[in-house]
Design a protein around this ligand. Sequence first.
Ligand SMILES: Nc1ncnc2c1ncn2[C@@H]1O[C@H](COP(=O)(O)OP(=O)(O)OP(=O)(O)O)[C@@H](O)[C@H]1O
Length: 466
Amino acid sequence: MAREVLVIDDEADIRDLVAGILGDEGYATRTAGNADEAFAAIDARLPSLVILDIWLQGSRMDGLEILDKIKRAHPDMPVVMISGHGTIETAVGAIKRGAYDFIEKPFKADRLLLLVQRAIEAAQLKRENRALKARSQLDDEMVGRSSAMNAVRAMLEKSAPMGSRVMIMGPPGAGKEVAARLLHRMSRRAEGPFAVINAATMAPERMEAELFGVEAAASADGQARVGLFEEAHGGTLFLDEVAEMPLETQAKILRVLVDQTFERVGGRSRVQVDVRVVSASSRDLLSEIAGGRFREDLFHRLSVVPIRVPRLADRREDIPDLCAHFIARISQSNGIPPRAISNEAMAVMQAYEWPGNVRQLRNVCERLLILATDDAEEAISADMLPAEVGGSGPATLRADGGEVIMALPLREAREAFERDYLLAQVARFGNNISRTAAFIGMERSALHRKLKSLGIAVNDRGQNGI
Ligand SMILES: Nc1ncnc2c1ncn2[C@@H]1O[C@H](COP(=O)(O)OP(=O)(O)OP(=O)(O)O)[C@@H](O)[C@H]1O
């Protein structure tokens, strides 16, 4: 979150002094002189931290009462108390009631800055910890050096610093969220939060509360809830499977994008935020628009920069790197020894279609590593692969495909075999004829002739020496 501090003190001198010290260090600040001003400021937008005086003259609530109310509505908000003479005991009591720490008047600027920095860091760590737990399945690295993935990376690099809205399209499990996280990390908002909402897994009736938050008065348990738009202030909000959003929610999101403000559920005042919205969809949004299920105006707002993450079957050259990456991660986090994958097993994996894309590959790696009980020194062989992967090769290459071959005369059987074999090899090397030729032991030009004679058309990616 952008580091913003709310200073609540009845003395204007102290407010200005604290705000000045923090402002010099690059913090944004707002000030309030009493309880009403304080809550109005918190309602307008949640700050990163509150500095709160214990004695507040002329306020309908004192510092401790304000602390209690803040902590009830926003348990994670760090609050630093300011105590004067004779209020140290009260300040210690405030810590028991949830304050982060206190600072005694008169205070030194250094101590104030240190406390503020630590309190914000601690709150951020808490948030990150929770987010980490929630997504232990995800990792942030975007692996893959195929030309298709290099093109995706180049687009992300180019658009990251611009702050423009990006729409990431691609089939399920292809790595759209990984791409969105990389975009955030490369952007100027990298220090800010990355909030995610997945419209496919969320009940439509909960969507608005989740996105915009709920005022205490409108929530079932009387507690205000901060929405993701507010949580993502100063950072990025990732709208995953955006096509699944109900049309009413789409209309509300459009309004936020137009005026950068919104209303919480049950609220009347508008909350102002600075959020970069990145969205993703595995559906074809143009046909969703044609079918009246997705707003065209929202599409144009969200898709300023469209980026397509290709399916794994279109970048099979990435499979060895991805496997090595997953095996290293999975063995590390489960405390099991890593294993190599034999050439033969890798060839089968590279010939497979991977309908579940990278997510499915990751699951297969996990299964291979956890279920393989044999000698860890031994490479994973093709017969250890799950049936759906191992049994999917070209029919003529499978043991059970033998019957088809056996019904053919030798010349046709050989052709059928050659076609299947070469199709699988060419796909495996990402349509790179030079690398395919080197692997199968043929001259490049001879392989070209062979493919032509078998009627296989290949868009050779290796012609430019790639
Ligand atoms: N290029 C990659 N490098 C490393 N891991 C990846 C890559 N692409 C995807 N993954 C991993 O595969 C899994 C699925 O990726 P991710 O959630 O980004 O896909 P998605 O396209 O957003 O899926 P969905 O459409 O289902 O939301 C995650 O565990 C992710 O870490």
